[in-house]
Design a protein. Structure first.
Length: 398
Protein backbone atom coordinates (compact mmCIF):
# COMPACT_ATOMS: atom_id res chain seq x y z
CA UNK A 1 0.00 0.00 0.00
CA UNK A 2 1.34 3.42 -0.96
CA UNK A 3 1.45 6.53 1.18
CA UNK A 4 -1.57 8.13 2.78
CA UNK A 5 -3.67 10.34 0.57
CA UNK A 6 -5.65 13.34 1.73
CA UNK A 7 -9.22 13.66 0.55
CA UNK A 8 -11.00 17.00 0.86
CA UNK A 9 -14.52 16.77 2.19
CA UNK A 10 -17.06 19.19 0.71
CA UNK A 11 -18.14 21.69 3.34
CA UNK A 12 -21.74 20.48 3.31
CA UNK A 13 -20.55 16.99 4.33
CA UNK A 14 -18.07 18.02 7.02
CA UNK A 15 -20.55 17.98 9.88
CA UNK A 16 -21.72 14.51 8.94
CA UNK A 17 -18.21 13.08 9.00
CA UNK A 18 -17.48 14.90 12.27
CA UNK A 19 -20.40 13.23 14.02
CA UNK A 20 -19.25 9.82 12.90
CA UNK A 21 -20.82 9.01 9.54
CA UNK A 22 -18.47 6.21 8.43
CA UNK A 23 -19.12 5.81 4.71
CA UNK A 24 -17.00 7.78 2.25
CA UNK A 25 -19.21 8.63 -0.70
CA UNK A 26 -18.24 9.97 -4.09
CA UNK A 27 -20.40 13.09 -3.71
CA UNK A 28 -18.82 14.08 -0.39
CA UNK A 29 -15.28 14.35 -1.73
CA UNK A 30 -13.76 17.08 -3.90
CA UNK A 31 -10.70 15.20 -5.13
CA UNK A 32 -11.76 11.57 -5.34
CA UNK A 33 -9.62 11.15 -8.45
CA UNK A 34 -6.44 11.55 -6.38
CA UNK A 35 -6.86 8.06 -5.01
CA UNK A 36 -6.57 5.14 -7.36
CA UNK A 37 -5.20 2.19 -5.52
CA UNK A 38 -7.57 -0.04 -3.56
CA UNK A 39 -6.63 -0.22 0.11
CA UNK A 40 -4.91 3.18 0.15
CA UNK A 41 -5.05 4.78 3.58
CA UNK A 42 -6.90 8.05 3.32
CA UNK A 43 -7.18 11.04 5.58
CA UNK A 44 -10.28 13.16 5.32
CA UNK A 45 -9.74 16.89 5.80
CA UNK A 46 -11.95 19.98 5.64
CA UNK A 47 -11.40 23.19 3.64
CA UNK A 48 -8.79 24.35 6.13
CA UNK A 49 -6.86 21.08 6.03
CA UNK A 50 -8.21 20.19 9.45
CA UNK A 51 -8.23 16.43 10.08
CA UNK A 52 -11.66 14.77 10.15
CA UNK A 53 -11.05 11.04 10.00
CA UNK A 54 -8.87 8.24 8.75
CA UNK A 55 -9.86 5.20 6.73
CA UNK A 56 -9.27 3.27 3.54
CA UNK A 57 -10.21 3.49 -0.09
CA UNK A 58 -12.30 0.57 -1.33
CA UNK A 59 -14.78 0.77 -4.14
CA UNK A 60 -18.08 -0.84 -3.19
CA UNK A 61 -21.51 -1.05 -4.54
CA UNK A 62 -22.29 1.97 -2.41
CA UNK A 63 -19.46 4.21 -1.34
CA UNK A 64 -15.77 4.52 -1.99
CA UNK A 65 -14.39 3.45 1.36
CA UNK A 66 -14.85 3.69 5.10
CA UNK A 67 -13.66 5.87 7.95
CA UNK A 68 -12.19 3.59 10.61
CA UNK A 69 -10.83 6.08 13.11
CA UNK A 70 -11.05 9.66 14.35
CA UNK A 71 -7.43 9.47 15.45
CA UNK A 72 -4.94 10.79 12.91
CA UNK A 73 -2.15 8.60 14.27
CA UNK A 74 -4.10 5.35 14.19
CA UNK A 75 -2.37 2.51 12.39
CA UNK A 76 -4.56 -0.11 10.75
CA UNK A 77 -2.54 -3.10 11.83
CA UNK A 78 -3.17 -6.41 13.61
CA UNK A 79 -3.49 -4.65 16.96
CA UNK A 80 -6.12 -2.28 15.58
CA UNK A 81 -8.24 -5.10 14.13
CA UNK A 82 -7.77 -7.20 17.25
CA UNK A 83 -9.21 -4.37 19.34
CA UNK A 84 -12.28 -4.09 17.10
CA UNK A 85 -12.78 -7.85 16.91
CA UNK A 86 -12.41 -8.33 20.64
CA UNK A 87 -15.23 -5.88 21.34
CA UNK A 88 -17.35 -7.54 18.68
CA UNK A 89 -16.82 -11.01 20.12
CA UNK A 90 -17.64 -9.77 23.63
CA UNK A 91 -20.87 -8.31 22.30
CA UNK A 92 -21.85 -11.85 21.12
CA UNK A 93 -20.87 -13.66 24.34
CA UNK A 94 -24.38 -14.92 25.01
CA UNK A 95 -24.64 -16.35 21.50
CA UNK A 96 -21.25 -18.06 21.76
CA UNK A 97 -22.49 -19.62 25.01
CA UNK A 98 -25.90 -20.62 23.70
CA UNK A 99 -25.96 -24.31 22.74
CA UNK A 100 -29.31 -23.86 20.97
CA UNK A 101 -27.90 -21.47 18.39
CA UNK A 102 -24.65 -22.26 16.58
CA UNK A 103 -24.84 -19.83 13.67
CA UNK A 104 -24.71 -16.06 13.97
CA UNK A 105 -22.86 -12.93 12.90
CA UNK A 106 -19.69 -12.18 14.81
CA UNK A 107 -18.64 -8.97 13.10
CA UNK A 108 -20.97 -6.63 11.25
CA UNK A 109 -18.84 -4.22 9.23
CA UNK A 110 -19.29 -0.57 10.13
CA UNK A 111 -21.54 -1.54 13.04
CA UNK A 112 -18.46 -3.05 14.67
CA UNK A 113 -16.05 -0.39 13.46
CA UNK A 114 -14.70 -1.73 10.17
CA UNK A 115 -16.94 -1.09 7.19
CA UNK A 116 -16.62 -3.41 4.22
CA UNK A 117 -16.15 -6.71 6.01
CA UNK A 118 -18.41 -9.10 7.91
CA UNK A 119 -17.66 -12.34 9.76
CA UNK A 120 -20.16 -15.12 10.42
CA UNK A 121 -19.88 -18.14 12.69
CA UNK A 122 -21.18 -21.58 11.73
CA UNK A 123 -20.63 -24.27 14.35
CA UNK A 124 -16.91 -23.62 14.81
CA UNK A 125 -16.23 -22.47 11.25
CA UNK A 126 -15.93 -18.83 10.20
CA UNK A 127 -16.89 -17.10 6.96
CA UNK A 128 -15.46 -13.66 6.17
CA UNK A 129 -17.16 -11.57 3.46
CA UNK A 130 -15.06 -8.89 1.78
CA UNK A 131 -16.99 -6.11 0.09
CA UNK A 132 -14.12 -4.41 -1.75
CA UNK A 133 -10.65 -5.07 -3.05
CA UNK A 134 -9.55 -2.33 -0.67
CA UNK A 135 -10.60 -4.12 2.49
CA UNK A 136 -9.18 -7.36 1.09
CA UNK A 137 -5.72 -5.78 1.38
CA UNK A 138 -6.14 -6.10 5.15
CA UNK A 139 -6.94 -9.80 4.86
CA UNK A 140 -3.83 -11.13 6.57
CA UNK A 141 -4.05 -8.74 9.51
CA UNK A 142 -7.75 -9.37 10.03
CA UNK A 143 -7.37 -13.14 9.89
CA UNK A 144 -4.40 -12.99 12.23
CA UNK A 145 -6.43 -10.91 14.68
CA UNK A 146 -9.37 -13.31 14.48
CA UNK A 147 -7.31 -16.43 15.05
CA UNK A 148 -5.65 -14.82 18.06
CA UNK A 149 -9.03 -14.32 19.70
CA UNK A 150 -11.05 -17.43 18.87
CA UNK A 151 -10.58 -21.05 17.88
CA UNK A 152 -11.15 -21.21 14.17
CA UNK A 153 -11.87 -24.75 13.09
CA UNK A 154 -11.90 -23.78 9.45
CA UNK A 155 -12.02 -20.49 7.58
CA UNK A 156 -13.89 -19.54 4.40
CA UNK A 157 -14.21 -16.24 2.55
CA UNK A 158 -16.68 -14.66 0.15
CA UNK A 159 -15.27 -12.09 -2.21
CA UNK A 160 -18.07 -9.75 -3.10
CA UNK A 161 -16.03 -7.05 -4.72
CA UNK A 162 -16.79 -7.51 -8.36
CA UNK A 163 -18.97 -4.72 -9.76
CA UNK A 164 -22.28 -4.20 -7.95
CA UNK A 165 -21.23 -6.28 -5.00
CA UNK A 166 -21.75 -9.53 -6.85
CA UNK A 167 -20.01 -12.61 -5.65
CA UNK A 168 -16.85 -13.76 -7.42
CA UNK A 169 -16.92 -17.43 -8.27
CA UNK A 170 -14.01 -18.92 -6.48
CA UNK A 171 -12.89 -21.58 -4.07
CA UNK A 172 -13.89 -20.03 -0.76
CA UNK A 173 -11.83 -22.25 1.50
CA UNK A 174 -8.99 -20.36 3.17
CA UNK A 175 -7.44 -22.45 5.93
CA UNK A 176 -7.88 -24.97 8.71
CA UNK A 177 -10.19 -27.93 8.44
CA UNK A 178 -12.76 -28.16 5.66
CA UNK A 179 -16.34 -28.13 6.86
CA UNK A 180 -18.57 -31.13 6.13
CA UNK A 181 -21.07 -30.63 3.30
CA UNK A 182 -23.61 -30.03 4.47
CA UNK A 183 -22.57 -28.59 7.79
CA UNK A 184 -25.41 -28.80 10.29
CA UNK A 185 -25.98 -25.73 12.41
CA UNK A 186 -28.67 -24.94 14.95
CA UNK A 187 -30.82 -21.91 15.46
CA UNK A 188 -33.05 -21.95 18.52
CA UNK A 189 -32.80 -25.74 18.31
CA UNK A 190 -33.92 -25.89 14.69
CA UNK A 191 -31.42 -27.60 12.38
CA UNK A 192 -30.20 -26.03 9.18
CA UNK A 193 -27.95 -27.54 6.54
CA UNK A 194 -25.41 -25.04 5.27
CA UNK A 195 -22.74 -25.23 2.58
CA UNK A 196 -19.82 -22.94 3.21
CA UNK A 197 -18.19 -23.53 -0.16
CA UNK A 198 -21.11 -23.36 -2.55
CA UNK A 199 -21.36 -19.84 -3.90
CA UNK A 200 -22.38 -16.52 -2.40
CA UNK A 201 -25.14 -17.85 -0.15
CA UNK A 202 -24.69 -20.66 2.33
CA UNK A 203 -28.33 -21.74 2.65
CA UNK A 204 -29.67 -19.60 5.46
CA UNK A 205 -30.01 -15.87 6.07
CA UNK A 206 -28.94 -15.39 9.66
CA UNK A 207 -30.49 -11.94 9.97
CA UNK A 208 -34.00 -13.46 10.11
CA UNK A 209 -33.37 -15.48 13.28
CA UNK A 210 -35.78 -13.51 15.47
CA UNK A 211 -38.43 -13.57 12.76
CA UNK A 212 -38.18 -17.36 12.38
CA UNK A 213 -38.47 -17.73 16.13
CA UNK A 214 -41.55 -15.51 16.24
CA UNK A 215 -43.19 -17.42 13.39
CA UNK A 216 -42.41 -20.68 15.18
CA UNK A 217 -43.49 -19.58 18.65
CA UNK A 218 -46.55 -17.46 17.99
CA UNK A 219 -47.94 -17.61 14.46
CA UNK A 220 -47.87 -21.21 13.20
CA UNK A 221 -49.91 -23.50 15.40
CA UNK A 222 -52.82 -24.91 13.44
CA UNK A 223 -52.19 -22.54 10.52
CA UNK A 224 -51.85 -22.97 6.78
CA UNK A 225 -48.74 -21.15 5.62
CA UNK A 226 -47.65 -19.77 2.27
CA UNK A 227 -43.95 -18.96 2.12
CA UNK A 228 -43.11 -16.95 -0.99
CA UNK A 229 -39.55 -16.35 -2.26
CA UNK A 230 -38.80 -19.28 -0.02
CA UNK A 231 -35.15 -20.01 -1.04
CA UNK A 232 -34.24 -23.07 1.12
CA UNK A 233 -37.54 -22.92 2.98
CA UNK A 234 -36.18 -21.78 6.33
CA UNK A 235 -39.43 -20.00 7.27
CA UNK A 236 -41.41 -23.11 6.28
CA UNK A 237 -39.30 -25.28 8.56
CA UNK A 238 -39.91 -22.88 11.45
CA UNK A 239 -43.64 -22.93 10.70
CA UNK A 240 -43.94 -26.74 10.54
CA UNK A 241 -42.02 -27.15 13.79
CA UNK A 242 -44.26 -24.50 15.29
CA UNK A 243 -47.32 -26.60 14.49
CA UNK A 244 -48.47 -25.41 11.05
CA UNK A 245 -50.97 -27.78 9.46
CA UNK A 246 -49.39 -27.37 6.03
CA UNK A 247 -46.82 -25.18 4.33
CA UNK A 248 -46.46 -24.18 0.70
CA UNK A 249 -43.04 -22.91 -0.31
CA UNK A 250 -42.69 -21.07 -3.63
CA UNK A 251 -39.42 -20.12 -5.28
CA UNK A 252 -38.36 -19.70 -8.87
CA UNK A 253 -34.93 -21.26 -8.51
CA UNK A 254 -34.72 -24.90 -9.53
CA UNK A 255 -32.45 -25.87 -6.72
CA UNK A 256 -34.78 -24.43 -4.10
CA UNK A 257 -36.77 -27.65 -4.18
CA UNK A 258 -33.97 -30.05 -3.22
CA UNK A 259 -32.63 -27.49 -0.75
CA UNK A 260 -36.03 -27.19 0.91
CA UNK A 261 -36.45 -30.98 1.03
CA UNK A 262 -33.06 -31.12 2.73
CA UNK A 263 -33.96 -28.50 5.38
CA UNK A 264 -37.20 -30.36 6.16
CA UNK A 265 -35.35 -33.68 6.31
CA UNK A 266 -32.62 -32.55 8.70
CA UNK A 267 -35.44 -31.63 11.06
CA UNK A 268 -37.23 -34.95 10.75
CA UNK A 269 -40.13 -33.43 8.82
CA UNK A 270 -41.82 -35.50 6.14
CA UNK A 271 -41.35 -33.24 3.11
CA UNK A 272 -44.00 -35.11 1.18
CA UNK A 273 -46.61 -33.72 3.55
CA UNK A 274 -45.56 -30.19 2.48
CA UNK A 275 -45.90 -28.39 -0.84
CA UNK A 276 -42.75 -27.17 -2.51
CA UNK A 277 -43.25 -25.37 -5.80
CA UNK A 278 -40.61 -24.21 -8.25
CA UNK A 279 -42.53 -21.35 -9.74
CA UNK A 280 -42.73 -17.61 -10.25
CA UNK A 281 -44.47 -16.16 -7.19
CA UNK A 282 -46.53 -13.81 -9.34
CA UNK A 283 -47.76 -16.73 -11.36
CA UNK A 284 -48.59 -18.64 -8.18
CA UNK A 285 -50.68 -15.73 -6.86
CA UNK A 286 -52.82 -15.81 -10.00
CA UNK A 287 -53.23 -19.56 -9.66
CA UNK A 288 -54.21 -19.25 -5.98
CA UNK A 289 -56.81 -16.58 -6.77
CA UNK A 290 -58.24 -18.73 -9.56
CA UNK A 291 -58.43 -21.75 -7.27
CA UNK A 292 -59.74 -19.59 -4.41
CA UNK A 293 -56.96 -20.74 -2.14
CA UNK A 294 -56.52 -18.81 1.09
CA UNK A 295 -53.84 -19.01 3.76
CA UNK A 296 -53.72 -18.12 7.46
CA UNK A 297 -50.12 -16.95 7.24
CA UNK A 298 -48.47 -15.50 4.14
CA UNK A 299 -44.75 -14.75 4.21
CA UNK A 300 -43.30 -12.25 1.73
CA UNK A 301 -39.52 -11.99 1.60
CA UNK A 302 -38.57 -10.91 -1.91
CA UNK A 303 -35.10 -9.80 -2.96
CA UNK A 304 -34.66 -6.04 -3.42
CA UNK A 305 -34.50 -6.57 -7.12
CA UNK A 306 -35.32 -9.59 -9.26
CA UNK A 307 -35.89 -10.33 -12.87
CA UNK A 308 -37.83 -13.38 -14.02
CA UNK A 309 -39.05 -14.25 -17.51
CA UNK A 310 -42.23 -12.27 -17.19
CA UNK A 311 -41.55 -9.93 -14.33
CA UNK A 312 -39.14 -7.36 -13.07
CA UNK A 313 -39.59 -6.76 -9.37
CA UNK A 314 -38.08 -3.79 -7.62
CA UNK A 315 -38.97 -3.58 -3.93
CA UNK A 316 -38.90 0.22 -3.82
CA UNK A 317 -41.51 0.40 -6.56
CA UNK A 318 -43.46 -2.85 -6.57
CA UNK A 319 -43.87 -3.83 -2.93
CA UNK A 320 -47.40 -2.33 -2.60
CA UNK A 321 -48.47 -4.43 -5.56
CA UNK A 322 -46.97 -7.56 -4.08
CA UNK A 323 -48.81 -6.87 -0.82
CA UNK A 324 -52.10 -6.40 -2.63
CA UNK A 325 -51.77 -9.82 -4.18
CA UNK A 326 -50.90 -11.33 -0.81
CA UNK A 327 -53.89 -9.64 0.84
CA UNK A 328 -56.23 -11.22 -1.68
CA UNK A 329 -55.21 -14.74 -0.67
CA UNK A 330 -54.94 -14.18 3.10
CA UNK A 331 -57.80 -15.34 5.33
CA UNK A 332 -59.64 -12.84 7.46
CA UNK A 333 -57.79 -12.66 10.80
CA UNK A 334 -54.83 -14.10 8.93
CA UNK A 335 -51.36 -12.61 9.10
CA UNK A 336 -48.98 -11.36 6.43
CA UNK A 337 -45.30 -11.28 7.29
CA UNK A 338 -43.91 -8.54 5.04
CA UNK A 339 -40.13 -8.42 4.89
CA UNK A 340 -37.67 -6.33 2.91
CA UNK A 341 -33.91 -6.02 2.98
CA UNK A 342 -33.89 -3.17 0.50
CA UNK A 343 -31.62 -0.43 1.84
CA UNK A 344 -33.04 2.36 -0.30
CA UNK A 345 -36.06 2.84 1.97
CA UNK A 346 -36.67 2.67 5.72
CA UNK A 347 -39.45 1.46 8.01
CA UNK A 348 -41.58 4.59 7.61
CA UNK A 349 -41.77 4.23 3.87
CA UNK A 350 -42.33 0.49 4.19
CA UNK A 351 -45.32 1.12 6.44
CA UNK A 352 -46.54 3.55 3.81
CA UNK A 353 -46.50 0.67 1.30
CA UNK A 354 -48.59 -1.42 3.70
CA UNK A 355 -51.09 1.40 4.20
CA UNK A 356 -51.37 1.95 0.46
CA UNK A 357 -51.89 -1.73 -0.36
CA UNK A 358 -54.62 -2.24 2.25
CA UNK A 359 -56.36 0.95 1.24
CA UNK A 360 -56.42 -0.10 -2.40
CA UNK A 361 -57.83 -3.53 -1.64
CA UNK A 362 -60.43 -2.07 0.73
CA UNK A 363 -59.21 -4.22 3.61
CA UNK A 364 -58.28 -3.15 7.12
CA UNK A 365 -55.30 -4.25 9.16
CA UNK A 366 -53.44 -4.05 12.39
CA UNK A 367 -49.68 -4.20 12.85
CA UNK A 368 -48.87 -6.91 15.37
CA UNK A 369 -45.06 -6.83 15.52
CA UNK A 370 -42.06 -5.24 13.88
CA UNK A 371 -38.47 -6.35 13.48
CA UNK A 372 -35.25 -4.88 12.21
CA UNK A 373 -31.80 -6.47 12.38
CA UNK A 374 -31.09 -8.78 15.33
CA UNK A 375 -28.58 -7.97 18.03
CA UNK A 376 -25.63 -9.71 16.42
CA UNK A 377 -26.08 -7.59 13.28
CA UNK A 378 -24.81 -4.60 15.22
CA UNK A 379 -25.59 -1.21 13.72
CA UNK A 380 -24.69 2.32 14.74
CA UNK A 381 -26.92 5.39 15.00
CA UNK A 382 -24.49 7.33 12.79
CA UNK A 383 -25.26 4.98 9.91
CA UNK A 384 -28.98 4.32 9.94
CA UNK A 385 -29.05 2.79 6.48
CA UNK A 386 -26.91 -0.03 7.87
CA UNK A 387 -30.08 -1.33 9.50
CA UNK A 388 -31.59 -2.48 6.22
CA UNK A 389 -34.00 -5.14 7.47
CA UNK A 390 -37.68 -4.35 7.90
CA UNK A 391 -40.18 -7.03 8.89
CA UNK A 392 -43.79 -6.30 9.79
CA UNK A 393 -46.37 -8.83 11.01
CA UNK A 394 -49.71 -7.52 9.76
CA UNK A 395 -53.08 -8.94 10.74
CA UNK A 396 -55.75 -8.66 8.09
CA UNK A 397 -58.84 -7.59 10.00
CA UNK A 398 -61.48 -7.43 7.28
N1 LIG B 1 -37.10 -15.99 2.33
C1 LIG B 1 -35.84 -16.66 2.12
C2 LIG B 1 -34.83 -15.80 1.40
C3 LIG B 1 -35.29 -15.25 0.08
S1 LIG B 1 -33.97 -14.93 -1.02
C4 LIG B 1 -35.29 -17.16 3.44
O1 LIG B 1 -35.81 -16.81 4.48
O2 LIG B 1 -34.34 -17.93 3.43
C5 LIG B 1 -34.84 -14.51 -2.44
C6 LIG B 1 -35.37 -15.68 -3.22
O3 LIG B 1 -36.34 -15.18 -4.14
C7 LIG B 1 -34.35 -16.44 -4.06
O4 LIG B 1 -34.30 -17.77 -3.64
C8 LIG B 1 -34.88 -16.32 -5.50
O5 LIG B 1 -34.73 -17.51 -6.24
C9 LIG B 1 -36.33 -16.01 -5.27
N2 LIG B 1 -37.05 -15.30 -6.35
C10 LIG B 1 -36.71 -14.16 -6.98
N3 LIG B 1 -37.69 -13.78 -7.83
C11 LIG B 1 -38.68 -14.68 -7.73
C12 LIG B 1 -39.95 -14.84 -8.33
N4 LIG B 1 -40.40 -13.96 -9.23
N5 LIG B 1 -40.72 -15.88 -7.97
C13 LIG B 1 -40.27 -16.77 -7.06
N6 LIG B 1 -39.08 -16.67 -6.44
C14 LIG B 1 -38.29 -15.65 -6.78
Amino acid sequence: MGKNIQLKVKSSFVKNIKVGYPLITEDAILNMKDVKEEGTIIELVDDNQRFLGKGYYGKQNKGRGWVLSQNQHELFDVTFFEKKLKLAIEHRTSLFNNPKTTAFRVFNGEGDGVGGCTIDFYAGYYVISWYSEGVYKFKNDIIQALTKLVDVKGLYEKKRFASQGTYMEDDDFVSGEKAPEPLLVKENDINFAVYLNDGAMVGIFLDQRDVRKTIHDSYSKGKSVLNTFSYTGAFSVAAVLGGATRTTSVDLANRSKSKTIEQFSVNGIDFEAQDIMVEDVFHYFKYAVRKQLKFDLVILDPPSFARSKKHTFSAGKDYPDLLMQAISITEKKGVIVASSNCSTFGMTKFKGFIEKAFKQTGSTYKIREEFSLPEDYKTIDEFKEGNYLKVVFIEKLT
